[in-house]
Design a protein around this ligand. Structure first.
Ligand SMILES: Cc1ncc(COP(=O)(O)O)c(C=O)c1O
Ligand SMILES: [Zn+2]
Length: 439
């Protein structure tokens, strides 16, 4: 597209946080840094946005409509020649198909101060706890936001013949994801809405209710016990990578495997920028969520007249590779500024198997750690490692003070606030996100 008709909003392309290579937004089917290899996977693309602060462009509840021109998928589609009405129509049409399967389409989720919880935790009227209730999102968690942008880019690429199978829908390659819970449900729901085959790689410990729903949605499930000669790391991710190497399409919620998941994930941060906040506590598993929350906030707070809240990334004591990486990055030569170049020394898989009621954040590796470390550094935040007692208490407080039906994983951000409460002043405005409906 000639420069003079480039929109002032939207996305320019991608840049690798580690090696700085750039990728044009018009390039289809780019999921990882082009310099990432099996021997040197230590790269991660991030979205390069026009400078303009992100703002709602309509009052539509669907964030993919309300913030449409700021999405990378939208800039990708525009670069390929789709008009704005065509792009919006694609979102609306797909959203309707998803609503048939999920019972809801995409919504802007509620974000309100919970007075009783704020009182219980000793905040003054000026401060308090704001809860973003993401349990009513498509498939019961924020995960569908990450995957909808991926699906939109795939469908656009396909309609322009920019996939390995051209536009021949019958020859589509299967989607692939490694997940035991909310991400697998979201991925399989979206795939079912467009009848796209999907392979889901799950651990033997997967929740039977989740597995039953995945079967109902038509997903192909592969159980992934650890094999005797497997290297360190999650066996589900290993099997998933083998499938992708054999041609499957990365449909995961890990920015290092599928950069397109970072696009839609930011919308939760854009929505949260409407409130003036001092801190946000985000539960961290693979890390895409917290990376997107802080990234989205950074892009949108200015447009709302607010400042960037401090990010606290929350993990449990039984599995805390991010806090360890943060410490190693701080202590190493050059400190946090050189963390990316020291990836292999800083982020290493957690050695022991984690056990926590918050079982959705036990990823042994925080794949998107670098974006979170940079987000904590930029905002003046820090990691928080919660004992199991706070994980349990957080869910109990959520039940007692809200009507949100969230899992232990989903309330683990609040556990972080409990653990860190002594460092937070009573007049501060603090946000947490309850995501992942209790099943
Ligand atoms: C409810 C909920 N919250 C938070 C997370 C953590 O997200 P991420 O793995 O992107 O860090 C998950 C991931 O499974 C989740 O299901
Ligand atoms: Zn790179």
């Amino acid at each position: 597209m000639p420069a003079e008709i480039m929109p002032a909003v939207g996305v320019v392309g991608w840049r690798c946080v580690v090696c700085s290579i750039t990728v044009d937004i018009a390039d289809a089917m780019v999921f990882r840094c082009p310099n990432a290899t099996a021997d040197d996977p230590y790269h991660t693309l991030q979205i390069v946005q026009h400078d303009e602060a992100v703002r709602r462009v309509s009052g539509d509840s669907n964030p993919f409509v309300a913030y449409q021109p700021y999405f990378a998928w939208d800039s990708f589609a525009a670069a390929l020649g789709m008009t704005e009405p065509e792009r919006r129509a694609l979102v609306v049409e797909l959203d309707a198909a998803i609503a048939v399967i999920a019972g809801t389409g995409f919504v802007t989720t509620p974000f309100t101060r919970v007075d009783s919880l704020s009182d219980v935790l000793g905040f003054t009227a000026e401060g308090g706890v704001w809860v973003k209730d993401e349990t009513h999102q498509v498939a019961g968690s924020h995960k569908a936001r990450h995957l909808f942008s991926t699906l939109l880019q795939l469908l656009v690429a396909e309609s322009f013949g920019r996939t390995p199978w051209g536009s021949r829908i019958g020859e589509r390659r299967a989607l692939a994801i490694a997940s035991c819970g909310n991400a697998a449900l979201a991925a399989s729901t979206l795939a079912a809405a467009v009848q796209w085959p999907i392979q889901v790689f799950v651990p033997p410990s997967a929740n039977p209710a989740v597995l039953a729903r995945l079967v109902e949605l038509g997903a192909t499930i592969t159980m992934c016990p650890r094999r005797p000669h497997d290297p360190a790391g999650d066996p589900c991710v290993l099997r998933y990578r083998e499938a992708v190497a054999a041609g499957a399409i990365p449909f995961s919620v890990q920015g290092t495997e599928n950069a397109w998941c970072l696009d839609g994930g930011r919308s939760i941060g854009w929505e949260m920028a409407s409130q003036a906040l001092d801190r946000v506590f985000v539960q961290v598993g693979g890390g895409a969520f917290a990376r997107c929350v802080i990234g989205g906030l950074a892009q949108a707070v200015g447009g709302n007249g607010n400042v960037l809240p401090k990010l606290h990334a929350v993990q449990t004591q039984s599995c805390a590779p991010l806090a360890r990486a943060w410490r190693r990055a701080l202590d190493g030569p050059g400190g946090l500024a050189t963390a990316g170049a020291r990836w292999r020394d800083c982020m290493t898989p957690w050695e022991t198997e984690g056990h926590s009621a918050a079982d959705g954040i036990l990823d042994d590796e925080t794949y998107d750690w670098l974006g979170i470390v940079n987000g904590m550094a930029a905002s003046g935040g820090s990691p928080v490692v919660s004992p199991e007692s706070d994980v349990l208490l957080a869910n109990q407080l959520a039940r007692a003070n809200t009507s949100v039906v969230a899992s232990y994983t989903g309330t683990a951000g609040l556990a972080g606030l409990l653990t860190y409460r002594a460092e937070v002043r009573d007049h501060e405005r603090v946000a947490v996100i309850f995501s992942g409906i209790r099943r």
